[in-house]
Design a protein around this ligand. Structure first.
Ligand code: 6R9
Length: 603
């Protein structure tokens, strides 16, 4: 079998006495906090005699030869077609075939393979196949417009992209000339006319893979625990998107936190509503839950409150992982709609991505019969760091307590709002003091680099701490309370938006001289993007131009575009010439304008 296959130089799987799955954590929270160590947990991983470890093997293959082989790993729902399913054994074999197909395209160790796909079987197979081929999986948001897509393909030096015809034709094809690295585009829905010019049908690539696939000799790429496995682009306050790199042993953190914070175990029917382009879609939409041997339910349709309740009820979902925006949309549809349904199987409802209003926590009790549990983490942390774990008394408004193996601190702020570092040292604050939330490095899913940007990576650490960029306080019982962000990054419907990327796109409009964008509070999405625009001489600030700029942004940027435009011929600047978004935001919200010593009033 593949577990013991030897092929010239390729991985030799350790002949393990069969450990079908990573073992469950035991004991209550306090016991786990005291006894859990990452070093101890690493012993659970199936590292072979030569020190090789592969995330896809841990997530899928080790179940596929054990008692869970015929358990449904993923059940795909869609609005238009009947549900389809893949068992763990099928998922193993089909992702092997994808790996063979990708190798046939020359995919090499460490090379990024991108998807721009909705929640479809091809997406999951592309993720696992990439990892098995030794590549680095990199998701893109299907709702992105052409600019963010092309920018990320370029930054990732992406050679292989898996997408659908429409996304390709609209977002990638017109820019192919500026993507010299992009060699292979696999389209999942070639249609009757065949795959668009310059692309290959996914099915054809797979047929090549299947013809060359031999389950007896196939081997998973001989990756090491510290080899790159995942690349997630995230947004900073300045400059280009940051590519956070995660390594194969991150699966250990995905697994432990799926078990600990999401309460997943074999037999569960688990639904993660996260967009597949987001880090949550990878860590908790695919890898963590599979490593726990659950059945994942996934739905290709857009949000629809009635449909969501039907899925929770009819699929007998036991654990739901979602985001505050979705919960607010369910709340808006009224608790009566929830009460038309029954959720006897549901055990745990969990949220991530943005502040969870206390009302939503309490509303969970009315709608589902249980409070919503908040979790906090970031693209950079790769896995949940702070959580209202099951069984813990939830404090509505708090994100919970650090998961076992994670050490947090709150650090004193300097004048720029970030942690103050004096002679290389930070100030660790006491209970209930507000400052920057920091984590002690050492958890396996910590990002190991920002792609091609070592300076930015180094700047994320100080005095032995990872600096999160969030402001928080920790109460005397260790509960962490979110206060806000320490920077200008915008969170809309759970997704980060870099103001710089939005500003740069709007600057390309011929009427625009300068732009500053901020997050404006929104009852549903938490924040929406608002742009303050200075016009070039000769252009009038008319409602028609505002509408034109909204459409211009939408066309280029997709979901991250501004919803609102305000014209302002006197944007405040720092002395170094940057638009002061902090001040724009304070004015928008009617907040104190704070330290104005660095403001330059334009003449
Ligand atoms: C997983 C993910 C990270 C930022 C983070 C913070 C915000 C995440 C939150 C939360 C309040 C929570 N955030 N969870 N804010 N309460 N429970 O969200 O990753 O997209 O990188 O965003 O999201 O500001 O720093 P990412």
């Amino acid at each position: 079998m593949a577990d013991s296959a030897v092929q010239g130089g390729a991985v030799q799987r350790r002949p393990v006495e069969h450990v079908p799955a990573l073992p469950p954590l035991v004991g209550d929270y306090e016991t786990r906090r005291r006894t859990f160590t990452w070093a101890g947990a690493r012993a659970w991983l199936q590292v072979d005699v030569e020190g090789h470890l592969n995330m896809a093997h841990e997530a899928v293959d080790r179940h596929a030869t054990g008692p869970l082989a015929d358990t449904v790993a993923i059940r795909f729902l869609s609005r238009t077609a009947a549900p389809t399913e893949l068992t763990y054994a099928q998922l193993r074999e089909q992702s092997d075939v994808v790996a063979v197909a990708l190798r046939a395209l020359g995919v090499e160790a460490g090379e990024a393979v991108c998807t721009l796909l909705p929640r479809s079987p091809e997406l999951y197979l592309a993720v696992l196949g990439t990892l098995k081929a030794g590549g680095v999986y990199c998701p893109l948001f299907p709702a992105f417009g052409p600019e963010p897509v092309v920018e990320r393909l370029r930054l990732g030096h992406v050679r292989v992209l898996v997408t659908d015809s429409l996304s390709y034709v609209r977002k990638v094809a017109p820019h192919r000339g500026s993507l010299p690295d992009l060699e292979h585009v696999l389209v999942t829905d070639p249609g009757e006319a065949g795959a668009p010019e310059g692309t290959t049908a996914w099915a054809a690539a797979l047929a090549t893979g299947a013809a060359a696939y031999d389950p007896l000799t196939f081997t998973v790429a001989p990756t090491r625990p510290d080899d790159p496995a995942l690349l997630h682009f995230t947004s900073g306050t300045t400059g280009k998107p940051k590519g956070a790199v995660h390594v194969h042993e991150a699966i250990l953190a995905h697994h432990v936190t799926s078990e600990f914070a999401l309460d997943l175990r074999p037999g569960d029917v688990y639904w993660c509503t996260a967009d597949p382009g987001w880090v949550t879609g990878t860590s908790y939409g695919i890898l963590g839950p599979l490593s726990c041997g659950v059945t994942i339910v996934t739905d290709a349709a857009d949000f629809d409150a009635r449909r969501w309740y039907r899925i929770l009820q009819d699929e007998r979902v036991t654990v739901l992982y979602t985001a505050p925006t979705a919960l607010r949309m369910l709340m808006r549809a009224g608790v009566g709609l929830a009460r038309e349904h029954r959720f006897p199987a549901l055990r745990h409802v969990v949220s991530v991505g943005e502040p969870l209003n206390p009302e939503a926590v309490v509303w969970g009790i009315e709608a589902f019969g249980m409070p919503v549990h908040d979790t906090w983490w970031q693209t950079e942390t790769g896995a949940i760091m702070v959580s209202n774990y099951p069984g813990m008394p939830v404090r509505p408004g708090s994100m919970g307590r650090p998961v076992p193996g994670v050490v947090v601190a709150v650090l004193g702020q300097g004048p720029d709002g970030r942690a103050e570092v004096t002679d290389g040292r930070v100030r660790v604050l006491g209970p209930d003091e507000v400052g920057e939330l920091a984590l002690r490095p050492g958890w396996p899913s910590m990002f190991r680099a920002y792609l091609d940007d070592p300076d930015r990576y180094a700047a994320a650490f100080a005095d032995g701490w990872y600096l999160s960029g969030d402001l928080a306080r920790v109460d005397a019982d260790g509960y962490v309370w979110f206060i806000g962000r320490a920077d200008d990054v915008i969170k809309s419907a759970g997704h980060l938006i870099g103001p710089f990327e939005v500003e740069s796109a709007l600057m390309e409009h011929p009427a625009v001289a300068e732009v500053g964008v901020i997050g404006k509070p929104d009852p549903l999405a938490g924040q929406v993007v608002k742009a303050f625009v200075t016009l070039k001489v000769g252009h009038e600030p008319t409602p028609a131009l505002a509408r034109e700029l909204v459409a211009f942004g939408r066309h280029r940027l997709g979901s991250v575009a501004p919803r609102e435009i305000a014209f302002d011929q006197a944007l405040p600047h720092t002395r170094s010439g940057k638009v002061m978004r902090r001040l724009l935001r304070a004015r928008e919200l009617g907040l104190p304008e704070g330290d104005l010593s660095t403001v330059e009033t334009p003449s």
